[in-house]
Structures are given as structure tokens and as C-alpha cells.
Design a protein around this ligand. Structure first.
Ligand SMILES: *[C@@H]1O[C@H](CO)[C@@H](O)[C@H](O)[C@H]1NC(C)=O
Ligand SMILES: *[C@@H]1O[C@H](CO)[C@@H](O)[C@H](O)[C@H]1NC(C)=O
Ligand SMILES: *[C@@H]1O[C@H](CO)[C@@H](O)[C@H](O)[C@H]1NC(C)=O
Ligand SMILES: *[C@@H]1O[C@H](CO)[C@@H](O)[C@H](O)[C@H]1NC(C)=O
Ligand SMILES: *[C@@H]1O[C@H](CO)[C@@H](O)[C@H](O)[C@H]1NC(C)=O
Ligand SMILES: CC(=O)N[C@H]1CO[C@H](CO)[C@@H](O)[C@@H]1O
Length: 924
């Protein structure tokens, strides 16, 4: 231990001791030779030579000793300094070695400004960087720095804004995903990169996001704790004059807000959690190393920008869910808080109150021109929707509550969608949304709850004008801003009524729309809506039975409005007729398309619903016997206002009046039943329908003329006639029927009826004469041909029977049966007389059948005259057999007379014969 050690050796020894990490000896040395080992030199030797792995605790006292700058007292006075390591060098050698030492500088271009002229601060920061880079011991740096927090503001600031964020980020919050930068590199990242790296893991880890607020508080808060984060506006904005150049801006804060709004678009929950869990600029966690202090101006700037970013985030959240909207409501609450205003109630409460938002009445911000602010320039000062003001918060509240009502109902709607509905006021968009709203609520409606529907209606009306009408300003002209503002009140009331009815809330519908003195809907509109709803229920029915399902509903709806739809009113009766017609069909098997059973709607949309009766007759054997039931179905169809004619007739615009339509429907149904009977070989029934139903009620086809009753008479041309082509065709069809083995035999027939062939031919002739009487002129020739052939067969049959009988008479059997006269013989006796007309017919020239149309028409009138005679004869048919038989024969003669005689007379003028009214003769 020598006192005469040369300065170069002292320096070399200091380097040696530092390299050996012998801090105590070094301290003693520095203390003893403080003239040589000056502060600057010691710090550089420490920085360069002391291994970075050495605990800070070992050399902090030395730094502190140097910092105190006292130099005098020798704490290491009693330390024995081992100089052996430099003893072997000559002073010259030592000096040469010292010159070759490459000691690191304390200052680099990256040293904070605050550390200028402050060697200790410079050392601490440089040392910290080396410990981090060379040893990776970032976590131990607080041991080095904390003792010097009070050394200089620059160290405190650096500790809080540089070391603390990186330390927390890489060692405390997300050690699994550290930022891959050295401390020094981190310090010199630009704002965007720094914010993005610090918050890279925020919200990426836990489902329920408990740490978003912590990260903002614990990472961004400290990171911003530096005057260097602030810039004069003029440095950034340039000279576009938007911002006062003296205003201070914080680009790092702006980056944070960018991050926040980006989260709102990409992971909205993170954005909402951020705003929920973090109170903004004041809410920082500096780890106890310092406390935040901001100028009023700075504070105001940060808060105002934060409020704007919060409002912007609300518009950016793409999610349309109750959860997201509730989150957005917390954003609004935060903004109101920052503005020093009272918060709005929760959405749940607000949606049950539906208070009028009177502040928004006439609000001109809510206009199509401003809609673009929902998408663009959200953080710009020019954006009036995100301006941190009470008005913009109120607008957002209105949109949030509107979206909430829609979303809760099952029609997802986000803020931007609600905003577009309100700002753009596009009627079509609003209408489709309103209808979705009602329909969804209807599908989810509880079975029996009027309250539910009262609420739905209130919500719907509120969505239209945000309560302006209720607020009593409806009388003055107001701009209705609601999301359904373009829709007429009447439209919404109609939709509500439809929903009430579809959900079976009949009493509610009546009390709101029929009984209420408000007269929300005009009588006409009310009636139309009720009928449409009834028809809707009808069309939705799967079962034609009126006591079930859709038809029952239809009936209930129609009966629920005694004032609007009185039971004896035209509309109610029409619906009733439709229900009856449909129910009438429910008793039968009926398949229209392949395999598909009949549903009521088919009847309503069918181009020719009467033809459905034909299908029933085809598919239900023997059903033709229920003529009366089918007639009722048919006339009910007519009464229900369904089309009654086939395509051709309708397309020509002919409908005729109701009586005519009904009459025609009846004819057609009878004809269908006749056809069905014939198809099933039931000639007797067909015959009976012809003579009882057609002959009795039908005149010549032309008589059913639509005439001037044609409802579509705008054009003054004469309407074509409605033609009953059904009756004569059916009668002709029956007249053409030939008995076969399959033909069903008559069930009750007089014992004296005798020859079945003759009886059948007589019936056919009767059918044919009916056809002749009612057919259009052009068809008479065809019918007459059939008639003539039929009559020839009848003559032949009669002749054959006569011959048989006379052979029988010749055997003198008549005497063998006295007393049997009246029961067995009359047929023969009577028939004897029948030959005369037959002969008479033979006398008629065949050319008579080649008649002109004009003469046929004239002849037809005599058939009509004849029909009354026929009927009176039929009444007698039920009497005693003899009379019956006689009448039958006389009738046949009359028919023949009528057919031939009248024709002869009709064309008498042609052949120069005297007209003879034989039917007149007969009657005498
Ligand atoms: C937005 O609304 C405000 C307030 O009514 C109006 O003055 C302004 O012109 C609108 N902005 C645009 C871009 O139309
Ligand atoms: C709304 O504006 C109209 C004029 O456009 C005015 O007559 C009316 O009083 C205003 N209503 C309210 C509530 O401000
Ligand atoms: C239509 O009918 C179905 C069942 O057939 C029923 O569930 C539904 O509620 C009906 N819809 C309306 C509007 O009546
Ligand atoms: C209609 O339905 C009721 C029961 O709802 C039943 O009693 C009745 O027989 C049905 N009518 C027909 C024609 O099926
Ligand atoms: C009926 O026929 C007779 C001749 O048989 C004729 O004199 C009479 O004019 C006809 N009746 C009608 C209404 O044409
Ligand atoms: C019922 C009837 O008219 N019978 C007549 C049949 O014809 C004979 C003569 O051929 C008359 O005497 C009957 O009166």
C-alpha cells in the first residue's frame, strides 16, 4: 500500500477493480485519489468496465457518493487497496495503457435533454440501457434508478414514462408476449408503434376482458407522463389554420384514441370495456413513482378528445346486440360524465318510459347531409356527431334506444343502422324495418297478453317521432326525426291492428280501433284491414273445416267488430258465404294437385272455383246424389264473390248481376251432378235431375243475358250474353245415354212399368226434348239428330212389343184372366193408341229436319210452352198406376207432337202446309 502511486496507475487500477466488480475498493480508491478519479472518469469506468450483471445495490452507494460531490472524507480510508495488479507496470507503460482505454461516453445523441450537464443522470440512463442490452436484466433496473428519483426530474420522468411501461408490459402484465425491443429502442419508437405495441395484448387474452382498464391506466398513463409527449400545434398542424398554433397537442394521446376507435370497429367489446373501466386522462397508475399534474388547458384538451373518441366508438361498433347497445349506453354515460351532465337512464328503463326526446324536435343536425359523419372523419373537430356536447350525446342516446328497442324485439340494429334510418329518412327502408319489427314481435308473442301488444304499439309509435306527438307538439309543424319518421301514423296503426288480429287479440283490437273515440283509423280503412286480416287467416288455413284453425280465426276476426262489420252487412255476409262454401267442401275427399290435399286458399285463388265441385264429384263416388249440398256450396261461392264463370266468359268481362250468377252457378252444378251420375251409370238420377231441376227452371240459353247489368260498362258497347251452356249439354248428355248391364236399375218403379227399354227410351226422349228447349239455335240440328234416332228406336221397340202382344192376344188369353184388366192389360190397351202418332211421324218428310235456324228458334218456343204441360203431368205421375201409364203415353205423344208437329208448323210456310197446333188438340 503506497501513497506514491502514479495517476496512470490509479486509473488502470480503477479499471481493474471495476472489471473485477470490486466496488468497495474502487470506491476507496476514488475517494482517496479524487483529484485523479474525477466523477466523470469514475462514471465512465463504471459504465464501461463494471459487469452489467452486478447488482445495482453494490454500486448505488458509490454513485450516491459521487453525486454528493464532497470528495473529502475517506469512507474507504481503512480499506486496504491491493495495488498488485498495477505494480509491475512502469509509469510509462501505465500511461500508454491508459491512452489505449476506450471508455464509453456518458452522453449519446439519445440522452434526454433534461440530463444535459447532469453526469449522474446521464450515467444512470446509459447504464440502464447497457444492463438491459448486455444482461437482459430490465427487471432489476428499478434497484438502480429508484434511489435517484429525487436526483432530478428527468430521472423520475424517464423512470415513469420509459422504464415503467416496458417493465410492466414485459414482466408484469404480459410476460408470455413481451415487446421484442430493448429499452433504448422502445424509448425511441414513434407514438403509433409505441401505443400499438404497449396495447398489443390488451383484450387478446381473457374472454371477459378484466384488464383493459388496467392496461390503459398502467401502460399508457405512465407512457404519456412526459413533457416530450406534447407538441405545439404549429409543429403538427402547419398553417391550415384549423387549430390555434399555440395549443399544445399530444400526438401519443391521439394515437391512443385511434387505437380505441379501431378497437370499436374490430373488437367492440375491448373498446367498450376500455371506456367502462377507464376514467380517462386522470386515471393513471404511475406505480407510486410520481403523480400526474396537468395544466387546465391540457386536461381540457385530453378530456374533450377522449369524449369525442368515445362518441366515435359508439358509431363504429358494428355489433347489433343488446349487449353491445348496453355497452354503448355506458359510453354515453361516460361522455355525460365528462361533460358534467346527468346520465340517461339505463336502456331497460328508458325503453319502458319512452319519454319524449323533445330536445331533438326540429333538430337540423339529424339530416341526410350529416349522415356522412357517422362514417367519416369521426375524430375530426368538424364532425358534429362526435362533438363532445350534450346535443350529440342526446342524438346518440336516441339512436341507441331506438336500436335497442328494435334489437330486443329480434330485429338486430346497430347504431349506424339506426342513424341511417333517422338521418336519411328513406321510406322504403323504414317500412321494411317496421314490418320486420312487427312480424318478429308477432312470432314471439305470448299467447295471451294484451299488455305485450300495448307496449309494442307504444314502441312503434315512439320509434316514429321519438315521442314528439306525445309531447303535444304535434299540432305545430315538426320535423319527425325518429327511425320511422317517414311512415304515416295510419300505416303503423294498420300494421298494429293486423298484428293484434293475427295474434288473436280481438278485444284489444276492438277497444283500440273501434271503440276508442280517437278514431285512429277511418271506418273504411278499418273495415278493409279487418277483412284483409280475416282473409289472411283464411289463406293460412290448412283445414277447410270452419270450426278449426285458420277458418275459425277468420270467422272470429270477422265477428269481432260489430260496428264496423255488422253481421248483416255485405262484407260479413260475403265472408260467411266463403266460410260456408269452404266448410261444405270439408266433408269430401279432395285432392287437386298431385297428392296435395285441398287447402282453403286454393278455393280463393282458383280461376274457376266452381270447377272444384266437379273434382269433388269425381273423387267421391256417389256424391252426385247430394245435389242440394253442392248447390249450396256453389251459390255460397257466388255470394262470396268468387269468380263464377269459366275463363273464357270472365276474360271477356262478363259477370252479370248476382242473381244471374247464382242462377248460372246452379245450372252448372246441376249439370256437373248429371255428368257425374251418368259417369257412374246412374241414369235414373241423371234423368230426374234433368226433368226436375233443369227443365223446370231453365229457359233458352240466351235468356241469361247480362244485358246492361254489366258492371264494367265504361265502354258503351253492348255486353255479350252470359250463356248457360251447361244445362242443355247435360240434358243432351243424358239423352245420349244408352242403357248397359252396368246401368243402375231404378229402385222404385211401378209394377206395371213393363218394358224397361221402352221406359228408358221415353226418358231419353224427355231429356232430349229438354235439351231442345233450352239449347242455343245453332245446336238444335245436332240434338234433333239424336232425338230422331232415339225415336226410331222407340218406335221399333213399341212395334216389337205390339207384335208380341197381339200374338199373345190371339191365343185368347185375355178371357182367361177376367178381372185382371186394370192391373195387367192397360199397358197394351194404351199402347194400342200410341201407334198413331208414330205413323203420323212416318208421314212427316225427312227433309223437315233440315230446318233453318230461324224456324228452329221459333219451334223452340213451343217446347217452352210444352214444359208447363209436362210439369203438370209429372205431378200426376205419382197417382194411380193406370193414370200413370196413360199419362206417360200421352206425354210421349205430346213430346213427339211437339218435336215434330211444331217443327212442321214452324216451317209450314216453307212447304205450303197449313199450320196445325197439335198440342192444342191434345189438350182438348
Ligand atoms: C349538418 O347539420 C348542421 C346543423 O344543422 C348544418 O349546419 C350543416 O350544414 C350540416 N352539415 C353538412 C355537411 O351538411
Ligand atoms: C319546429 O319548426 C317549425 C317550423 O319549421 C315551427 O313552426 C315549430 O314550432 C317548431 N317546433 C318546435 C317544437 O320547435
Ligand atoms: C299460419 O298457420 C300456422 C299453422 O298452420 C300457424 O302456426 C301460424 O301462426 C299461422 N299464421 C297466421 C298469421 O295466422
Ligand atoms: C269439423 O271439426 C269438428 C271438430 O273441430 C268436428 O266435430 C267436425 O266433425 C268436423 N267437420 C267435418 C266436416 O269434418
Ligand atoms: C206453336 O206451334 C203452332 C203450330 O203447331 C204455331 O201455330 C204457334 O204459333 C207456335 N207457337 C209459338 C209461340 O210460336
Ligand atoms: C185411351 C184412349 O185414347 N183409348 C182409345 C184407343 O183407341 C181406340 C180406338 O182404336 C179408342 O176407342 C180408345 O178410346
Amino acid at each position: 500500500m503506497t501513497a506514491n502511486i502514479s495517476p496512470p496507475k490509479i486509473v488502470l487500477l480503477a479499471v481493474y477493480l471495476a472489471t473485477k466488480a470490486d466496488v468497495d475498493s474502487l470506491a476507496a480508491l476514488a475517494s482517496r485519489y479524487d483529484k485523479v478519479l474525477q466523477k466523470d472518469l469514475v462514471l465512465r469506468i463504471l459504465l464501461t468496465c463494471l459487469p452489467e450483471t452486478v447488482d445495482a445495490g453494490a454500486y448505488v452507494p458509490l454513485i450516491q457518493q459521487l453525486d454528493t460531490d464532497i470528495g473529502g472524507p475517506e469512507p474507504g480510508g481503512n480499506v486496504d487497496i491491493d495495488t498488485s495488479s498495477v505494480d509491475d507496470f512502469t509509469d510509462a507503460e501505465a500511461a500508454k495503457k491508459v491512452r489505449k482505454l476506450r471508455l464509453l461516453p456518458l452522453v449519446s445523441e439519445k440522452t434526454p435533454n433534461g440530463a444535459a450537464d447532469d453526469l449522474v443522470s446521464q450515467f444512470l440512463i446509459a447504464r440502464a440501457h447497457r444492463v438491459d442490452e448486455e444482461a437482459g436484466l430490465l427487471a432489476q433496473l428499478p434497484d438502480l434508478i429508484v434511489p435517484f428519483l429525487d436526483h432530478s426530474p428527468c430521472i423520475r420522468t424517464w423512470m415513469i414514462s420509459a422504464l415503467l411501461p416496458l417493465l410492466r408490459r414485459n414482466y408484469e402484465y404480459y410476460p408470455e408476449h413481451p415487446i421484442p425491443y430493448t429499452l433504448e429502442a422502445f424509448e425511441h419508437l414513434n407514438d403509433r408503434a409505441a401505443v400499438s405495441l404497449l396495447l398489443e395484448q390488451t383484450g387478446a387474452q381473457d374472454e371477459d376482458l378484466p384488464h383493459v382498464g388496467r392496461d390503459l391506466r398502467g401502460l399508457i398513463g405512465p407512457w404519456l407522463y412526459s413533457e416530450s409527449r406534447w407538441k405545439q400545434a404549429e409543429d403538427i398542424v402547419g398553417d391550415d389554420g384549423q387549430t390555434d398554433p399555440k395549443t399544445k397537442l399530444c400526438p401519443g394521446w391521439e394515437q391512443l384514441l385511434e387505437w380505441l376507435t379501431a378497437q370499436a370497429s374490430r373488437s367492440w367489446k375491448v373498446a367498450i370495456k376500455a371506456i367502462e373501466q377507464w376514467d380517462g386522462p386522470d386515471d393513471v397508475d404511475l406505480g407510486g413513482f410520481g403523480s400526474m399534474w396537468l395544466e387546465d388547458e391540457e386536461q381540457g384538451y385530453l378530456e374533450s378528445r377522449y369524449a369525442r373518441a368515445a362518441l366515435a366508438s359508439a358509431y363504429l361498433v358494428p355489433e347489433a346486440s343488446v349487449e353491445a347497445l348496453v355497452g354503448i349506453n355506458t359510453i354515453i354515460t361516460r361522455v355525460m360524465n365528462l361533460l358534467g351532465e346527468d346520465a340517461f337512464p339505463t336502456l331497460q328503463v328508458a325503453s319502458s318510459l319512452l319519454s319524449p326526446l323533445t330536445e331533438l324536435i326540429n333538430e337540423s343536425i339529424i339530416s341526410a347531409k350529416n349522415a356522412t359523419f357517422m362514417r367519416n372523419d369521426l375524430l375530426e373537430e368538424t364532425n358534429i356527431l362526435t362533438a363532445p356536447s350534450k346535443m350529440s350525446a342526446q342524438i346518440l342516446h336516441a339512436l341507441t334506444l331506438s336500436a335497442f328497442i328494435l334489437t330486443k324485439a329480434g330485429v338486430p340494429c346497430n347504431i349506424r343502422r339506426a342513424g341511417e334510418l333517422a338521418f336519411l329518412q328513406d321510406e322504403r327502408e323504414q317500412k321494411s324495418e317496421a314490418i320486420k319489427f312487427i312480424n318478429t314481435l308477432r312470432n314471439n308473442a305470448p299467447k295471451t297478453d294484451d299488455k305485450y301488444w300495448i307496449r309494442v304499439r307504444n314502441e312503434l309509435l315512439w320509434l316514429r317521432d321519438w315521442g314528439a306527438e306525445e309531447a303535444g307538439v304535434s299540432s305545430s309543424p315538426v320535423q319527425l326525426n325518429g327511425v320511422f319518421g317517414q311512415l304515416k301514423r295510419e300505416f303503423l296503426e294498420i300494421e298494429c291492428l293486423k298484428a293484434f288480429l293475427a295474434s288473436g287479440r280481438y278485444a284489444l283490437a276492438r277497444s283500440v280501433y273501434e271503440d276508442s273515440p280517437e278514431n285512429l283509423l277511418s271506418t273504411k280503412t278499418l273495415e278493409d284491414t279487418i277483412i284483409a286480416s280475416a282473409m289472411n287467416a283464411y289463406d293460412n288455413a290448412s283445414n277447410p273445416n270452419r270450426t278449426r284453425g285458420g277458418l275459425l280465426k277468420c270467422a272470429e276476426i270477422a265477428q269481432s267488430f260489430p260496428k264496423t262489420l255488422p253481421e248483416d252487412g255485405a262484407s260479413a255476409m260475403k265472408i260467411e258465404a266463403l266460410l260456408r262454401a269452404t266448410h261444405g267442401l270439408s266433408e269430401y275427399r279432395l285432392v287437386l294437385k298431385q297428392g296435395e290435399p285441398f287447402t282453403p286458399v286454393v278455393l280463393r285463388i282458383h280461376a274457376d272455383p266452381i270447377s272444384i265441385i266437379g273434382k269433388v264429384l269425381e273423387q267421391n263416388p256417389h256424391s252426385y246424389t247430394r245435389l242440394q249440398a253442392f248447390l249450396e256450396i256453389g251459390t255460397n261461392m257466388a255470394d262470396a264473390g268468387l269468380p263464377t264463370s269459366e275463363k273464357s266468359a270472365r276474360s271477356s268481362g262478363v259477370t252479370g248481376d248476382m242473381a244471374q250468377q247464382r242462377a248460372l252457378v246452379e245450372k252448372r252444378v246441376i249439370a256437373m251432378c248429371i255428368d257425374a251420375a251418368l259417369t257412374e251409370d246412374d241414369f235414373e238420377t241423371a234423368y230426374s235431375y234433368v226433368v226436375n231441376r233443369l227443365a223446370s227452371t231453365t229457359g233458352p240459353a240466351e235468356s241469361l243475358s247480362a244485358g246492361s247489368k254489366n258492371g264494367h260498362g265504361a265502354e258503351a258497347r253492348p255486353s255479350p250474353a252470359i250463356t248457360d251452356d251447361y244445362s242443355w249439354k247435360a240434358a243432351l248428355q243424358a239423352g245420349k245415354y244408352r242403357r248397359t248391364a252396368r246401368t243402375i236399375r231404378p229402385t222404385h218403379i211401378g209394377t206395371a212399368s213393363g218394358n224397361m227399354d221402352i221406359r228408358h227410351l221415353e226418358q231419353r226422349i224427355e231429356c232430349l226434348s229438354t235439351a231442345l228447349r233450352i239449347a242455343p239455335t245453332v245446336t238444335l240440328q245436332e240434338i234433333l239428330n239424336v232425338f230422331r234416332r232415339c225415336e226410331e228406336e222407340l218406335d221399333a221397340a213399341v212395334k216389337a212389343e205390339e207384335e208380341q202382344e197381339s200374338a199373345w192376344d190371339d191365343q185368347g188369353d185375355v178371357q182367361a184372366m177376367p178381372g185382371a184388366f186394370s192391373s195387367t192389360v192397360p199397358a197394351g190397351v194404351v199402347r194400342h193408341n200410341t201407334s198413331r202418332p208414330a205413323k203420323h211421324q212416318e208421314e212427316a218428310p225427312m227433309s223437315l229436319f233440315d230446318l233453318s235456324r230461324a224456324s228452329m228458334a221459333r219451334a223452340q218456343r213451343n217446347f217452352s210452352a210444352l214444359s208447363s204441360l209436362q210439369r203438370s203431368e209429372q205431378v200426376k205421375d205419382d197417382d194411380e198406376e193406370e193414370i200413370d201409364n196413360q199419362a206417360r203415353v200421352r206425354k210421349r205423344d205430346q213430346l213427339r207432337e211437339a218435336a215434330v208437329g211444331t217443327l212442321a208448323s214452324g216451317v209450314g210456310w216453307l212447304i205450303g202446309a197449313q199450320p196445325v197446333d197439335r198440342s192444342q188438340e191434345q189438350r182438348d
